[in-house]
Design a protein around this ligand. Structure first.
Ligand SMILES: NC(=O)c1ccc[n+]([C@@H]2O[C@H](COP(=O)([O-])OP(=O)(O)OC[C@H]3O[C@@H](n4cnc5c(N)ncnc54)[C@H](OP(=O)(O)O)[C@@H]3O)[C@@H](O)[C@H]2O)c1
Length: 309
């Protein structure tokens, strides 16, 4: 497993992250298998959010399972996110909600600190001064070591940075071979013939690279918002053919090649996998040893339905 140092953030973190969004329905034994299999295959970073499962069920299940893994808290990095309050149909970045959410996460996860806390999608009504006060309090209390955001465009990050003292070290955004807007718009720049040129994120990729903000790619195997996986999906024949050819050459799986496509990008991104199947987890962890050449990278991109402008 390849490891990276997040600038101004946690060091020596795995390039592949285990996402825990799908954990709530597992038994604690199966959840322990997921955590341990990920760890044994090089993953040391686990992603949570207060909204994964009713009442933070993913965090509770993780903590229930963790003692069965034989791991110690300091062996791993735990990240959580707050701000998405689906139970009350709103996004909430008030100081009160940020502080209460972190306390809830710590209680559910049975830990004294989060390695990283991300603000999930933006609360349109947020007051950056309140966010700054919340971050100061969390840092001072030792409850959060590093801070970041998820699904934010550059100007939103700039506005936050005007008030928040702590460096924002992560932006967690959607990226897969099929959902590649992060890459498309700059490549098709100014091209009126295609929707790929539409700038939907304010050049988040280049901005994050400029600002040393590590991109975490969520849903790296999915198409659409949560359309399902494109791996072995008959709706994506050309993509699966190219994935299959590279997979055979590299003695890896198609899923590992799809993750390797993200890790091959020079932005040094992390990819957050969501499988709860230990065989699949083991398999996709081999992604960091899959060789994706310059040509392979483009061949995969084009076989997902793109063209060179
Ligand atoms: N910040 C945000 O807004 C946001 C949004 C969504 C997700 N996330 C994070 O991203 C994580 C990953 O999201 P995701 O679950 O959509 O990611 P994903 O890894 O792209 O998709 C996982 C799905 O792909 C399936 N899959 C099919 N073939 C597979 C194969 N060969 N290997 C591995 N998986 C295969 C898995 O099924 P099996 O379980 O059967 O393997 C699982 O249902 C979440 O857990 C969460 O932490 C963040």
């Amino acid at each position: 497993m390849k490891h990276i140092d997040i600038v101004n953030g946690p060091q020596n973190v795995s390039a592949v992250i285990q996402g825990c969004m799908r954990m709530p329905d597992l038994s604690k034994e199966d959840a322990a298998k997921v955590i341990r299999t990920a760890y044994d295959n090089g993953i040391n970073f686990y992603d949570h959010a207060t909204c994964y499962g009713a009442d933070g069920a993913a965090e509770s299940k993780f903590a229930e399972a963790f003692p069965l893994t034989g791991l110690k808290r300091e062996d791993i990095f735990i990240q959580s996110k707050c701000g998405l309050c689906f139970d009350r149909n709103e996004f909430d970045w008030t100081k009160e909600n940020i502080l209460a959410s972190v306390d809830d996460s710590l209680r559910r996860l049975k830990t004294e600190y989060l390695d990283t806390l991300l603000l999930h999608r933006p609360d349109v009504l947020y007051d950056p001064e309140e966010v700054a006060e919340a971050f100061d309090a969390l840092e001072k209390a030792g409850k959060v070591h590093f801070f970041g955001v998820s699904n934010l465009v550059p100007m939103q990050i700039e506005l936050l940075k005007k008030y928040v003292k702590q460096p924002l070290v992560i932006n967690q955004v959607q990226l897969s071979l099929e959902q590649s807007q992060l890459i498309d718009q700059a490549l098709y720049m100014n091209n009126k013939t295609t929707d790929y040129s539409v700038n939907r994120d304010g050049n988040a990729l280049d901005y994050c690279r400029l600002m040393d903000i590590t991109i975490q790619a969520w849903s790296p195997l999915q198409f659409g918002m949560f359309g399902g996986s494109f791996i072995d999906n008959p709706d994506f024949p050309e993509l699966n053919r190219t994935l299959g050819e590279i997979a055979e050459r590299e003695n890896a799986s198609k899923a590992a090649v799809a993750i390797a496509w993200i890790l091959r990008h020079p932005a040094k991104m992390q990819a957050i996998i969501g499988s709860m199947n230990p065989e699949h987890i083991k398999d996709v962890c081999s992604a960091s040893s899959v060789n994706i050449s310059h040509h392979d990278w483009y061949a995969l991109y084009l076989s997902a339905g793109k063209f060179l402008p």
